[in-house]
Design a protein around this ligand. Structure first.
Ligand SMILES: C[S@@+](CC[C@H](N)C(=O)[O-])C[C@H]1O[C@@H](n2cnc3c(N)ncnc32)[C@H](O)[C@@H]1O
Length: 241
């Protein structure tokens, strides 16, 4: 792995290690609970994928992986991430949910990098990636690696923050919240304001929906489409191998 990529991976690891204890709480409060709705839309979209194993990449504290395991108990779920503290928290939450009476799919939680997935080619039926792509270096290569892991006909689902769509006033309000209010509030709760300044910057520098769609196409995917939620605050891109 080139040195610059290894360095970026280390700094992403450090960032998420520093906010793990507050991650879920801040997600839910800073998004006013909307993150639950956005993830639910992602999980529902997976119903259109062919039968087979599901990979939740950049799984973090496993909210999406757990929702997949509850919604698709007949599937096998893999959750992968490079942050051990985030995965550890995810493992605790998964054990809690698996212990309940409702059916829960077998869930394997694995320390793995999206750039080099420890999977044979063509082995997963659908891959979900929620709020992770913007933290990944060499996006084109990483998308190609996801393409490799999917089976023919397999589906990719990328949920990510975007530039708000709509009126100028709405965009100004969103940017004010993202760049000023959110880091301040997050800093007060977690003491890690800089981490949230970085997260806001990474959202602002992420490609627009059309451009991301083109990147996904260039990685080999077809039937690429996207959909906005909450006036363009979040976008769901879907594609097929
Ligand atoms: C904002 S969190 C999203 C977590 C989860 N998907 C969610 O919906 O809350 C981003 C996650 O991406 C992970 N990540 C960043 N780069 C990665 C990489 N190269 N491979 C795997 N995971 C990565 C981070 O460790 C972090 O847990």
């Amino acid at each position: 792995m080139p040195e610059s990529r290894a360095r970026q991976k280390d700094s992403v690891r450090r960032l998420f290690a520093s906010i793990t204890p507050f991650y879920d709480f801040l997600n839910h409060t800073l998004s006013l609970g909307l993150d639950l709705y956005w993830r639910r839309q992602l999980v529902e979209a997976v119903a259109a994928s062919p039968p087979g194993a599901l990979l939740d990449l950049a799984a973090g504290t496993c909210d999406v992986s757990i929702a997949l395991a509850r919604r698709y108990p007949e599937r096998r779920i893999l959750a992968m991430d490079i942050s051990l503290p985030m995965l550890r928290r995810g493992r605790e939450k998964a054990a809690f949910h698996a212990g309940k009476a409702s059916p829960f799919a077998p869930l394997a939680i694995i320390d793995a990098d999206a750039g080099a997935l420890p999977l044979p080619s063509g082995s997963v039926a659908a891959l979900t990636l929620a709020f992770g792509l913007r933290n990944m270096p060499a996006r084109g290569e990483t998308l190609s690696e996801m393409h490799r892991a999917l089976m023919p006909g397999g589906r990719l689902y990328v949920l990510e923050f975007g530039a708000a769509a709509g009126s100028a006033a709405w965009k100004r309000l969103y940017n004010l919240y993202l760049c000023s209010v959110m880091p301040r509030l997050a800093g007060l709760v977690s003491g890690q304001r800089e981490a949230y300044v970085y997260l806001a910057r990474s959202i602002r520098s992420f490609p627009r929906a059309e451009d991301l769609g083109e990147e996904i196409r260039r990685a080999g995917f077809s039937r690429v489409s996207w959909k906005a939620f909450t006036k363009g605050v979040v976008w769901l891109h879907s594609a097929e191998k």
